[in-house]
Design a protein around this ligand. Structure first.
Ligand code: AHR
Length: 632
């Protein structure tokens, strides 16, 4: 079939804002610790806990070491002798009196600590000692067999008061399997915490900074905005609010936990099954946004736990406190250095405001009415105190009915300015829904497409995303902001794929989708030139089928699923060998493989919301599958 495209060169279309295409950073796939955050020591403050991940202990990533075989004892302690109330645990080393030393060695992330020959590495730790004469420590960068990769550092810990000690290494060799060893001699007990190693060479050379290659890849996109810190990450345990004490796991993401000196930032369980240090916190996010020329766009929890967890808090005092926290966040970003929270920003190194203009409340809400009443309280308080800030609502998971429609109705009726939409679909879906926003109400809320991706990392996916983005851009009067998701994935710790940029401890590589995003982000037009196509290739007969699928347990066990079309063809099959990340909690979207090459899948959606809170055990879900028989 021939198609024609008519271009109205003299016509005028909607203006396209410079901020239209941005990035969404979520601490998923170890995007922060072991990723963008340049810290090389894993579990630096010994806070890993089975509540973060069943496989963790306080010694995760650490092992005892006794270079000459003379042993002492080592243990992680949680008592009143701690570094501070937010940094609860520390390492206790009881040293033998003779020998060359006894201590611990850290294995870093992936295959180890990446070191580059001739580069500088800044070491620090907090320590105190019970030995009257002090405790000599030797700090080494070694290979896995213990051979030095830099001249060792010698530190003498003196006194029984927590003190920070520092030193600098210069690597004599390049290695991706480096280890950091800290050993002490002289007997007695020495206590260690916040054992840290940073490359001096961070993005923009910032202390406590970002890994250069990853940050540069993000910066090269020239993103219009930076959405952070999540995602489901934000709403985790949101129903707990502050009712869980600061040091208890699975409290929600509270921005105040993430600012101030790093050794006073309480670590927390991450929604995605690991420990998060908050070494990248709100200050670092704002600074990064400024460094890459992107508009900062934080998202705060709404006291309703979305992402399939389906819980809301009915505690007015808690809600009041969360709302106040959000006002304080705006003051932290924009307030004068003389204000309480603007003062903290200034003390952290940034007296000038960060220029916050947009803020999201909540993420993928599954309880539309519960969310919206709370959203309205946030919105009213923010608009009263800061009328210049745009408060962004959301539309829940894109379930094409139920929650999504209800939330859109609530948002429309209340005159909300902007709504966050999320969806992950097959590449065919992206081709077939290029017109999604053509029919959106021009008088209704604007769209922030906060998350989207076609479900794989192949060239074809990138191509379909590019095609789809022409539809976003054509509707730039409605779609004001758009970001692919997720942004980063450490290849050894993957909870979700596809992703935009992949990495390990040594290198990083962009996906084909990255190149598409870069193409659009670095070539943002001023306005749309109207055009019309006579048709869309490739659409034929849709086939819709439904199967009962027994699946879902929080232990991440799944049944196989096979979908058969009315004519007997096997359309889709998934044995879930891709792991839990392939089947997502909220919308039931899966990474489905089309078995019969005569068909292309356009959609696969679970009709019920999946439950992740607690363990509901095996449940049945109806899976609605839409596929299309290829033409010809
Ligand atoms: O981008 C990954 C996840 O997808 C986000 O955390 C969540 O908002 C969505 O379900």
């Amino acid at each position: 079939t021939d198609y024609t495209v008519e271009v109205d060169a003299a016509g005028t279309g909607p203006a396209i804002a410079d901020t239209m295409y941005g990035v969404f950073f979520e601490d998923i796939n170890r995007a922060a610790d072991g990723g963008l955050y340049a810290e090389l020591v894993q579990n630096r403050s010994f806070e890993y806990d089975p509540a973060d991940n069943a496989g963790y202990t306080g010694m995760t990533a650490w092992a005892p070491t006794a270079p000459d075989g003379v042993r002492g004892t080592v243990g992680v302690v949680d008592d009143t002798g701690r570094l501070n109330e937010r940094n609860r645990r520390y390492l206790r080393l009881d040293l033998p009196s003779g020998g060359q030393g006894y201590g611990v060695v850290n294995a870093g992330y992936n295959s180890g600590i990446r070191l580059d020959r001739q580069r500088y590495y800044d070491f620090s730790l907090w320590a105190r000692t019970g030995a009257a004469a002090g405790t000599p420590l030797t700090v080494r960068l070694t290979d896995p067999a213990g051979a030095n990769l830099a001249p060792p550092l010698r530190i003498v810990v003196r006194g029984d008061t927590w003190t920070r000690y520092t030193g600098t290494f210069r690597a004599t060799a390049t290695s991706s399997t480096g280890r950091l060893a800290v050993t002490g001699t002289g007997g007695g007990t020495v206590r260690l915490d916040m054992v840290s190693l940073f490359p001096r060479d961070t993005f923009k050379n910032r202390p406590n900074g970002m890994r250069r290659d990853l940050a540069e890849k993000v910066a090269a996109l020239r993103p219009g905005f930076l959405r952070f810190p999540g995602g489901c990450l934000v709403n985790t345990g949101s129903h707990y609010g502050y009712t869980a004490p600061n040091y208890e796991r699975r409290r929600s993401y509270q921005w105040k936990d993430t600012v101030g000196p790093v050794e006073e930032r309480a670590t927390n369980a991450n929604f995605w099954g690991y420990n998060q240090s908050y070494g990248i916190g709100y200050y670092e996010y704002f600074q990064f946004a400024e460094d890459i020329g992107a508009m900062p766009l934080p998202v705060v929890p709404a006291l309703v736990t979305g992402c399939g967890q389906n819980r809301a808090t009915d505690d007015p005092e808690l809600l009041r406190r969360h709302v106040q926290d959000t006002l304080d966040l705006i003051e932290f970003a924009n307030g004068p250095a003389t204000s309480e929270w603007g003062g903290l920003r200034a003390r952290m190194g940034h007296p000038a405001p960060f220029g916050l203009t947009h803020l999201g409340v909540g993420n993928e809400e599954n309880l539309p009415d519960e969310f919206f009443t709370r959203f309205q309280q946030f919105r009213a308080a923010i608009e009263a105190a800061y009328p210049e800030i745009m408060v962004i609502s959301n539309s829940g998971p894109d379930d094409a009915g139920g929650t999504f429609d209800r939330l859109w109705q609530l948002n429309r009726d209340a005159g909300v300015e902007m709504v966050d939409e999320h969806y992950y679909n097959s590449p065919e879906w992206f081709l077939q829904h290029n017109d999604r926003y053509d029919s959106y109400d021009r008088a209704g809320p604007k769209v922030f497409l906060g998350e989207y991706a076609s479900q794989d990392n192949r060239f074809y996916n990138a191509l379909t995303e590019a095609a789809y983005m022409t539809g976003l851009e054509r509707n730039a009067d409605v779609v004001r902001l758009a970001s692919y998701a997720p942004l980063l994935a450490n290849e050894d710790y993957v909870q979700w794929r596809p992703d935009l940029i992949w990495f390990n401890n040594s290198t990083s590589w962009p996906s084909a989708s990255y190149q598409v995003q870069k193409l659009f982000m670095t070539n943002v037009g001023d306005e749309v030139v109207p055009s019309r196509a006579s048709g869309t290739p490739g659409t034929t007969l849709p086939i819709t089928g439904a199967v009962g699928l027994s699946t879902w347990a929080t232990s991440a066990a799944y049944d196989d699923v096979t979908v058969t079309a009315a004519d007997g063809a096997t359309l889709l099959r998934d044995d879930f060998s891709g792991g839990a990340g392939q089947w997502t909690h909220a919308t039931g979207r899966g990474s489905w493989s089309v078995v019969d090459g005569a068909y292309v899948q356009s959609d696969a959606v679970a009709e019920d919301t999946m439950v992740t809170a607690g363990d509901p055990g095996w449940r049945d879900y109806d899976l609605r599958v839409t596929a299309t028989k290829r033409s010809g």
